[in-house]
Design a protein around this ligand. Structure first.
Ligand code: AMP
Ligand code: ZN
Length: 493
């Protein structure tokens, strides 16, 4: 397969050619773990996943690296506002690392439920301070930094290519005519509003919980440096693909490029930049800091499988804005259910109940009809990961009259990219239908006991234990709903 990706750097579709043959170095910006991921964030990670799955299915050996931001991210990407982690820790009376640990687990719980493949390397910012200091020292030695008011800043005027990714010019930054630059409390120590902090020693966060020794004094890193330092540690000084949401283009990724290329002198630092558009609600962008956002669990509480939400996301191309509504999610749920029914029929017809989508199997020789859909699917995926078109090929395949064994094999092949759990759900539902659907008395008593145990865990603020009880019951077909009069349960619809 020959992939073509829309590269934000150059704003064009470009043929994909990795630096090292079939080996692909990929870095995706990970979560800032001060709250649950909202369903908009999860769109970004489904995008990473489709990219990785597509490349692997095509025979590329992908090394996928993702960071966990547990220090240094302020509420405004350009060094203003509160420290996100610190603020939450203070509000909850917990340490920053306790907060980080809790929300990191919650994050992977969500991504696992959405069939998002875990990265090969998951790296925490707080565990890579040494690498960040080493990189900042190189930037400073190469003449791109200045010390002012107790902090070390990157001087964007020394880096002529600054803003190429975002198509912004230094004057735009000065005049703040582009989004992404702070509209609030500018830092007077900066020579240019676009300069950014590499290392904080003195700032408004006198009470910063986590500080480290450094050549510039005791302090902590700016947010952007972690991604440069960790990606280069695991992928080398130049690598193939970097992703994130579009909000990262004007500040975070622009700054990552400037500091990385300033440190190594090698260009381009990253060959392909892929950015996902936003998931929006009626009232606009969903944001963690603004609060009032939807989590995956809140969709599950309404009776939706996390994979229904995955189906919903794949129905839009990652570069188009996607409007969330429960009505649209219901549509996605119905469509996925109908796909599962079709796959169950194929499974019954072929007697291949034991075939698992995850197991490597020999594909049958496809006839002409099946080939058309597989080729259509491949063309869609190669063309900048066009999942809506890929789904249309899947529907075409299942509506058409290919032989059942071929159709099933083709579905499972497509599932390597889509990850919609179509066959596993078909098999599980089949098993469920065979069992007496009445929940027996003994199980009902066990559920009640577990609800009690979960309430105790919540009271003791052990949310991980509480969540794991909820999840394990869900896997056994029971949904818990918290309401004003306590927790009630019902069978998964
Ligand atoms: P954060 O944890 O805030 O650093 O964000 C994690 C990822 O989610 C980043 O790649 C963001 O660009 C992305 N993101 C944030 N909000 C949305 C949204 N509403 N829709 C899609 N992606 C988003
Ligand atoms: Zn990043």
């Amino acid at each position: 397969m020959s992939f073509v990706f829309y590269n934000t750097l150059g704003r064009s579709k470009q043929p994909f050619k990795p630096l090292k043959g079939k080996r692909v170095g990929f870095y995706g910006c990970g979560p800032t773990v001060y709250n649950y991921a909202h369903i908009g964030n999860l769109r970004a990670y489904v995008h990473h996943d489709i990219l990785v799955r597509s490349l692997r299915r095509a025979g590329f050996d992908v090394n996928h690296v993702m960071n966990i931001t547990d220090v240094g991210h302020l509420s405004d990407d350009a060094d203003n506002g509160d420290d996100k982690m610190l603020k939450t820790a203070e509000e909850r009376g917990k340490s920053v690392l306790e907060i980080a640990d809790f929300y990191t687990k919650a994050f992977f719980n969500d991504t696992d439920r959405m069939n998002i493949t875990r990265p090969n390397v998951i790296c925490k910012a707080t565990e890579h301070i040494g690498e960040m200091i080493a990189l900042i020292s190189k930037i400073e030695a190469n003449g791109f930094a200045y010390f002012s008011g107790g902090n070390l800043y990157f001087d964007i005027s020394k880096f002529p290519a600054y803003g190429d990714l975002a198509l912004i010019k230094p004057d735009d930054v000065k005049n703040k005519t582009k989004t992404g630059f702070s509209r609030i409390d500018q830092d007077e120590n900066k020579r240019n509003p676009g300069d950014f902090v590499l290392w904080f020693t003195k700032s408004k966060f006198e009470n910063q919980a986590l500080v480290w020794d450094s050549p510039w004094g005791k302090g902590y890193p700016g947010w952007h440096i972690e991604c440069s330092a960790m990606s280069m540690k695991y992928l080398g000084e130049q690598f193939d693909i970097h992703t994130g949401g579009i909000d990262h283009i004007p500040v975070h990724h622009t700054n990552e490029i400037a500091q990385s290329e300033a440190a190594t002198g090698k260009k381009p630092w990253v060959s392909y930049w892929l950015h996902n558009e936003f998931l929006v609600m009626d009232k606009g962008k969903m944001s963690k800091s603004a609060g009032g956002f939807l989590t995956l669990q809140s969709l599950a509480d309404e009776g939706y499988d996390p994979l229904d939400y995955r189906y919903f996301l794949l129905g839009g191309h990652y570069r188009s804005q996607l409007q969330f509504s429960f009505e649209n999610l219901k549509g996605a749920q119905n469509s996925r259910k109908s796909l599962i029914d079709k796959v169950r029929n194929l499974t019954d017809e072929t007697g291949s109940g034991s075939i698992s989508a995850n197991k490597e199997q020999k594909q049958p020789e496809y006839g002409k009809e099946t080939k058309v859909y597989i080729e259509g699917f491949n063309n869609a995926i190669e063309d900048d990961l066009n999942t809506p078109r890929a789904l249309a090929e899947l529907w075409g395949l299942l509506k058409d009259k290919s032989a059942a064994n071929e159709a099933l094999a083709a579905v499972l092949d497509m599932e390597k990219v889509l990850g919609l759990g179509l066959q596993s759900s078909a098999l599980n539902d089949g098993e469920k239908n065979n069992k007496n659907s009445e929940i027996d008395k003994e199980f009902a008593l066990e559920i009640d006991a577990l609800i009690k145990k979960r309430a105790e865990a919540k009271k003791a603020r052990d949310f991980t234990a509480a969540d794991s009880i909820r999840q394990s019951l869900k896997e056994r077909g029971i949904l818990l709903e918290d309401g004003p009069s306590g927790t009630v349960w019902k069978p998964v619809p």
